[in-house]
Design a protein around this ligand. Structure first.
Ligand SMILES: [Zn+2]
Length: 292
């Protein structure tokens, strides 16, 4: 099933639903960062969470989520845009723990700590930051707790990643359901019932449902309004010019040291693990440019 994000609102505006299929995107993240299964699940869930929250943003905004836990995984940093580009990394990609209750122990890998959610508006406006304690480190529950405590929006978030025994990602996806202000009690009861009877998101994806199919099944019994669906992908914003800027920011002395020593600079993007090599002639050109 192709990676996509689907969004819908009930005809009366009372309930909003988003669902994402992210299997290929999470597999790409695994390959780029060389993650082991528990780390793959943690990173994949976080990337999916960022895409779901990104689906609530206005155009040109961006959302960034940072988990800081005391578990062996260290931190997770992911971000996403409303047009479906997500990127991210974990501090210790080689983290793998014994399963707990037959599932990858993401909560154990993340540990206890904080989730920082940052909404970045278009250029010039200050970002909106919010920090909440981690509910469980299981990612979906952490994001639901953020939406309830920080944005005062009753929300259900479920996210899952299924990893094959050989480490490849078999299925990944998630959903976010919200009762909008003024939603009636019957609507909330129905939503709770739909969620209680729904299989886990990774099972829904493994069963072959696409993002639109997933959100429609969770909104069963509601009169649905317009449904929109868009592709999502792993995509970083790094490029060679940004790397050159970072090298310039080191300052002339440091650049002279590099030229006198290794004579080339290697920079690896944390978000996507792309490696940039800046060779001596380019470094000299940058040094010349920094003189002006
Ligand atoms: Zn990058």
């Amino acid at each position: 099933m192709a990676d996509a994000l689907a969004r819908t609102l009930t005809a009366d505006g009372g309930v909003r639903g988003l669902a994402a299929v992210t299997t290929e995107l999470v597999e790409e993240a695994r390959v780029r960062h060389g993650t082991l299964p528990t780390a793959t699940a943690a990173l994949g869930r976080a990337l999916t969470a960022a895409l779901l929250l990104g689906g609530l943003l206005k155009t040109d905004e961006r959302v960034s989520l940072q988990w800081s836990g005391d578990g062996p995984l260290g931190g997770i940093l992911v971000d996403a845009t409303p047009d479906g580009a997500a990127r991210g990394f974990v501090s210790r990609p080689q983290t793998h723990l014994p399963p707990r209750n037959g599932k990858l122990d993401v909560g154990g890998a993340v540990g206890r700590g904080l989730l920082c959610v940052m909404r970045v508006p278009p250029r010039g406006q200050p970002p909106y930051r919010s920090v909440v304690p981690l509910a469980s480190g299981e990612i979906g529950q952490d994001v639901a707790s953020y939406l309830v405590t920080s944005e005062q929006t009753p929300s259900v978030v479920a996210i899952g990643v299924f990893v094959h025994p050989d480490g490849r990602v078999g299925a990944a996806g998630g959903y976010l359901l919200q009762a909008m202000p003024g939603a009636d009690a019957a609507a909330i009861d129905r939503l709770e019932e739909n969620v209680a009877t729904a299989p886990a998101p990774s099972e829904i994806v493994r069963a072959g449902l696409d993002a639109a199919g997933m959100v429609s099944s969770l909104m069963a019994g509601f009169r649905q309004g317009v449904l929109d669906e868009r592709p999502v992908r792993f995509q970083c914003r790094c490029n060679r010019e940004r790397v050159e800027c970072a090298i310039l920011a080191l300052g002339r002395d440091e650049m002279m040291d590099v030229l006198a020593g290794e004579r080339r600079a290697e920079v690896t993007c944390e978000f996507c693990a792309t490696r940039y090599v800046v060779e001596e002639p380019e470094l000299r050109a940058l040094l010349d440019a920094s003189r002006t």
